[in-house]
Every structure is written in structure tokens, then in C-alpha cells.
Design a protein around this ligand. Sequence first.
Ligand code: GRF
Length: 219
Amino acid sequence: MVLISGAGSNLQAIIDRCTDGFIPAQVAAVISNQADAYGLTRAREAGIPAHCLDHRDFQRRVDFDAAMIDLIDSFSPDLIVLAGFMRILGQDFVERYLGAMLNIHPSLLPLYPGLDTHQRALADGAKNHGASVHFVTAELDGGPILIQGHVPVEPHDTPETLAQRVLTVEHQIYPQAIAWFAKGRLRLSDGRAMLDGIPVLVPGNIPETFFNLSTEPEQ
Ligand code: GRF
């Protein structure tokens, strides 16, 4: 189950890696909170059920969340993948799917949670930037990290050129994380991400210790 709000390039990468067998699973459905999200078209073209649930049709966040839960549960998914889904989900929602919901964020968390990550990295003169996949917890962009991908910042980068290179890395690391989950290798245990029963160590922002997937991910 993939939740989107926009272009859906991560969704496309996930669909492609399900189709070629890298991810041993299928996308059960796609839900967008924006009717014009191009990702809905991508889903339909792949023969995947595509639904829009517009948050503006709900006065209260809890009502939107409840409608989302009803729709999601009607597909009985094993995993919920937030792929450019631009709504903050309430605590009940997060707790319901704890350990079964992933998000991708375009920065090397814990650096730059929230919006405008590429712009902020450039403004700081960062030499290194990237993306992170994490379990979703109540803390915004703060759940345990599973995998990160690095992108060196080039002297002439703009937020747009940097975003484009980060997206390329996103399209590698998200399918990798989902494949691990689908194979039963990844779980959330006592607030820690575990891969093959071993805690995934992504300590702070020490670049040398990050996973680096600038080349093809492993199986
Ligand atoms: C990605 O950069 C993702 O990390 C962020 O929103 C963007 C979505 O892109 N949360 P797409 O819709 O997958 O193309």
C-alpha cells in the first residue's frame, strides 16, 4: 500500500522493482490526498487500484485519518509506504501501523527534518546530502532510520539539481528497504530498526558510518 501526494517517482521505482522481482511483493493500492497527483495515473497504468481521499473534504484531522484507516484496512496491507505523502498523520494513525509504516525523507536525517531540505543543505554549505528511509513514529521525520543514501553536493548545485540527484538515490534505497521488509528481514523492535536481528546503526550525522548506496543495492 503506497500513499502519495504528487509526482510519484518513488512509487514508480517501487512498482518497477515489484515487477522485476527485486521486491517480492505487490502494491495492493495507491492512495493520494490530491486528486491531480500524477502518481495516481502511474498506478492506474500499472493496473493498481488508485484512490483519492482529499483531506479538504474533512473538517477535522481525526476524521480524515479515520477515513484513511478504513480505506487502507479494506486492502489488508502488510506494509504502508509513504512516498511523498505530504500530510502529517495523527498519533492514533501512527500507532495503529507502528512497525508497518515506512517514510522516505530527502535529507540525511537527523539533519533537516521538515520541508525545503535541499535549500537548507545548500544554505549551510553542506558537502554531503542525501535521503533516509525510516519507520514512522509519532515524531515527525524522527523514527528509526533503516537506510540512507549519500549525494555529494556539487559547487554549482541549485535546490533543483540537488533534488534531482537525491531522487535518483531515493529510487534505489526505498525499494531496498521495502524488499528487506517483504523478506521478513526488517522489523521495529523496542524503538529500534533491526535488520536480520541486528540493530541498524546510523549514529547521528557521522558520514563514514552511513550506508552508502551510490552503486546498485544488494539483494
Ligand atoms: C521525495 O523527494 C520524497 O523524499 C519527498 O517528496 C518527494 C516525492 O517525490 N518526501 P515523488 O512524488 O516520489 O516523485
